[in-house]
Write a protein that binds this ligand. Structure first.
Ligand code: ATP
Length: 345
């Protein structure tokens, strides 16, 4: 075939491009000048489209180059952040793997909660106002900011005190406070579950799991308790890396149920559905309930923990299978079955 698999050079592009090559595709990377080194040194890209800034990927000339290469774009978190959702939905004319309409459902908290709750998936209880706080809660502000400025409170008074301190330091504005999202703090262990929904086979696969390595919260665990008390401010949750993880085998039934339910709801709410990779960020509590606090409706950064397979993707395929390679395999199968329109939008 003469298809090129292309993406923005960031996030998960190394294994997207490597996987595409393994499945016999040509590859292209759109990259900010000066950031191309990993793609050259790891030898994963056949074509380099160098731009002044990442957001230029939506410029007409770049889109034309991608179309000339007969590209299919694989969207990832950085691609969406730089291209902008409006452009991706309305004037990005390069075929995209998966369902571009579902990307908004991960970006807007109310849509995300609707999709999860209509799938009967357990999500953290939401508090409409700080006056209702009757247990430990986590307070989040709009937009993914790597958990910067998130804080924990256990009463309305503690909420007010912490908000006042943040306003004093000019960390947040009045508008942020109005949009503050208050949810139950789930005390549990973190599993970010990487699913792949094959629209060709109508089947949900579990390809891997990771857990997050976040600054400062994970650094704080290395400080003795006595000294932790001397460290001011609420710790941030800035993602700096990921660890691979496996979940208790007896929980896998719950994992598949969650994935299946979400896929069925997405088919109804956001046609054509949750096609391709998606990730649920979860916390598993001591009742062994999996609580979902965040969703990615595309390939998630934690898939970098299994560029060379995870225990799950190996069990499933019996060969090295990354999420990037799984995407390319789906495109290859679609081409062979003459069903490319099923896997792209
Ligand atoms: P991302 O860049 O991953 O989208 P974000 O800024 O949207 O990050 P979240 O992923 O929502 O932030 O949360 C950051 C971290 O806070 C999580 O990794 C998790 O450790 C913790 N966390 C989030 N929600 C809860 C919750 N309800 N209970 C307990 N911990 C939570």
């Amino acid at each position: 075939n003469n298809i090129t698999i292309a993406t923005l050079g960031s996030h998960t592009s190394l294994h997207i491009l490597k996987g595409a090559k393994e499945e016999g595709f040509k590859t292209a990377v759109v990259c900010e000048k000066g950031r191309e080194v990993p793609y050259q040194r790891f030898g994963v890209a056949d074509e380099f489209i160098l731009v002044d800034k990442f957001s230029d990927i939506v410029n007409d000339d770049v889109q034309q180059k991608l179309r000339d290469l007969n590209s299919i774009i694989v969207p990832h978190g950085s691609f969406i952040a730089y291209a902008g959702l409006d452009r991706v939905e309305n004037d990005f004319y390069v075929p995209m793997f998966g369902n571009r309409s579902i990307l908004r459902w991960e970006a807007e908290r109310d849509l995300e909660r609707k999709l999860l709750s209509e799938s009967n998936i357990r999500i953290p209880k939401k508090f409409e106002s700080s006056a209702e706080i009757d247990r430990t809660v986590m307070v989040k502000f709009p937009g993914a900011r790597g958990g910067k400025g998130y804080f924990i409170a256990s009463s309305p008074e503690e909420f007010d005190k912490k908000i006042a301190a943040m306003v004093d330091r000019e960390w947040i504005t009045g508008e942020d406070i109005e949009k503050a999202h208050i949810e139950e703090y789930v005390l549990g262990c973190n599993y970010c579950i990487h699913f792949f929904y094959s629209a060709l086979k109508d089947e949900v696969e579990v390809l891997g799991m990771d857990t997050r390595y976040e600054s400062q919260i994970d650094g704080l665990c290395r400080v003795p308790a006595k000294d932790q008390l001397d460290i001011p401010a609420d710790p941030s949750y800035v993602i700096t890396g990921n660890h691979p993880v496996v979940i208790r085998e007896s929980l896998l039934t719950q994992v598949f149920d969650i994935g299946d339910n979400l896929v069925e709801t997405a088919k109804k709410l956001v046609k054509p559905g949750m096609n391709g990779p998606f990730c649920l960020q979860t916390l598993c509590n001591d009742n062994l309930e999996i609580v979902v606090f965040e969703m990615s409706a595309r390939i998630d950064g934690g898939t970098n923990t299994f560029m060379n397979s995870s225990p799950y993707s190996y069990i499933m395929f019996g060969e090295m299978m990354s999420m990037g390679r799984r995407v390319a395999r789906e495109i290859k199968n679609a081409v062979e079955e003459d069903k490319l329109e099923v896997v792209i939008t």
